[in-house]
Design a protein around this ligand. Structure first.
Ligand SMILES: NC(=O)c1ccc[n+]([C@@H]2O[C@H](COP(=O)([O-])OP(=O)(O)OC[C@H]3O[C@@H](n4cnc5c(N)ncnc54)[C@H](O)[C@@H]3O)[C@@H](O)[C@H]2O)c1
Ligand SMILES: [Zn+2]
Length: 384
């Protein structure tokens, strides 16, 4: 079977690359832009830096900073309603996955006759109305690289992905200065999310030769840099590697697809509002242990990429090394490893098993089929 990969066409990276925005806007002859962001990013002083570049460029701009973390489709509808008359000829998504997903959705919603709800049911009808520039300020989701937008669906208590190539960003800027002061716990959660993208995509049924290049290099960059990025705030080399690794993880998602870690994580975000990176981190080791026999060769490839001293070991030992590394990273970055910490008890198990088993879009990517009993055992292990 053939394979395909859609990636953003124009990439800028490195310290200070935020200033490339000026050249992009000139190239696009932009007169008016809208910036989507959130209050946390504004409070970190980053919106002021962006506005300075926009002022120096001489474009008119509006800033919409009221995007909530992990928004629902209803909240995205409100965002597009409140910004639809801005008459911007370019959209800038300046933030983490929540902001970028909302900005990408607005790029296909403003001026359209369909709603976000319509896109949940029929994503193929989306058509891009306004070009986009994505500038991540966290090092995790890789949303700047993907055609996906994730929204919460409160009435079903889950999160769902809307996927359409029309949402691929036109420009991406990866400036590590923007994550210089990113709080440690957000580096940890978003970094482990990026690692999950890379490892799941490499071990996915949908992996292709295109996606494998990005997944393997993304995994290597994150395995080798996440501890330094977490422990040494001023280590800009590690932070640049994390941003690039997260971007590669996103490219891998577009070419391949995540698997059971992300599938079982969605109900945790949808009903209990556990941050996306944290819910993935909680499940990561347990799901990879479950998958190990079916994915041992792929996990061994990852081991070869990150630990040459294991070259003489068996495939099984190499696979175990990668799983142990995942567990160690979650531990040393102090991410909670148990759902009890979020008030989830044994009574919640049946809801989780049912909602998890309905995540068919991603479960079909998992090399090993999961029965309801398998899913029950996985959630039981992390409820403690
Ligand atoms: N589209 C995709 O392909 C894709 C992939 C994975 C996840 N997602 C989605 O992305 C969302 C999660 O995104 P996220 O993990 O990046 O977190 P986020 O965007 O929700 O941000 C988390 C918090 O970090 C703060 N923050 C962001 N940058 C900061 C900075 N530089 N300094 C200080 N504070 C900062 C924000 O204000 C916010 O409070 C979820 O909804 C998830 O489902 C999308
Ligand atoms: Zn993710």
């Amino acid at each position: 079977m053939g394979f395909q990969l859609t990636i953003p066409a124009n990439l800028y990276g490195g310290s200070g690359s935020l200033h490339e925005l000026s050249n992009i806007l000139k190239k696009e002859s932009a007169r008016k832009v809208i910036v989507y962001t959130d209050k946390g990013i504004r409070n970190a002083g980053l919106v002021d830096e962006l506005c300075k570049v926009l002022e120096e460029t001489g474009v008119e701009f509006n800033v919409y900073d009221d995007i909530k973390p992990e928004p629902s489709y209803i909240e995205v509808e409100k965002i597009q309603e409140e910004t639809k008359n801005a008459q911007a000829d370019l959209i800038i998504g300046f933030g983490g996955g929540s902001v970028m997903d909302a900005a990408k959705l607005c790029s296909v919603l403003i001026g359209a006759s369909y709603s976000v709800k319509d896109l949940l049911d029929t994503p193929q009808i989306a058509a891009k109305k306004i070009k986009t520039i994505m500038i991540p300020t966290t090092c995790g989701t890789g949303s700047e690289a993907t055609c996906n937008a994730i929204v919460a669906v409160p009435e079903e208590k889950v999160k769902k992905g809307i996927v359409n190539n029309e949402m691929i960003p036109d420009y991406v800027i990866l400036d590590p200065q923007l994550i210089r002061n990113l709080p440690k716990q957000i580096i940890a959660a978003t970094g482990v999310d990026a690692l999950a993208h890379a490892v799941e995509c490499y071990t996915s049924n949908k992996a292709t030769p295109f996606s494998n290049v990005y997944a393997l290099e993304g995994a290597k960059l994150i395995f080798e840099n996440i501890r330094q990025a977490y422990n040494e705030p001023e280590n800009m080399k590690a932070k640049e590697a994390m941003l690039i690794g997260a971007f590669y993880g996103g490219v891998a998602i577009t070419g391949s697809g995540t698997t059971a870690v992300h599938a079982l994580s969605y109900p945790l975000g949808g009903k209990y509002h556990i941050p996306h990176g944290v819910s993935n981190a909680i499940l990561f080791e347990t799901v990879m242990n479950f998958n190990k026999d079916a994915c041992a060769d792929q996990l061994a490839d990852i081991c070869d990429a990150i630990n040459p001293s294991y070259s003489d070991k068996s495939v099984n030992e190499k696979a175990q090394y990668v799983i142990d590394e995942i567990a160690d990273i979650v531990k040393v970055t102090n991410i909670p490893v148990n759902l009890n910490e979020f008030g989830i008890q044994k009574d919640d198990l049946e809801f989780l098993v049912q909602a998890g088993s309905e995540q068919k879009r991603l479960l079909v990517n998992n090399k090993k089929e999961l029965s309801k009993e398998d899913i029950r055992q996985i959630y039981s292990k992390v409820i403690g």
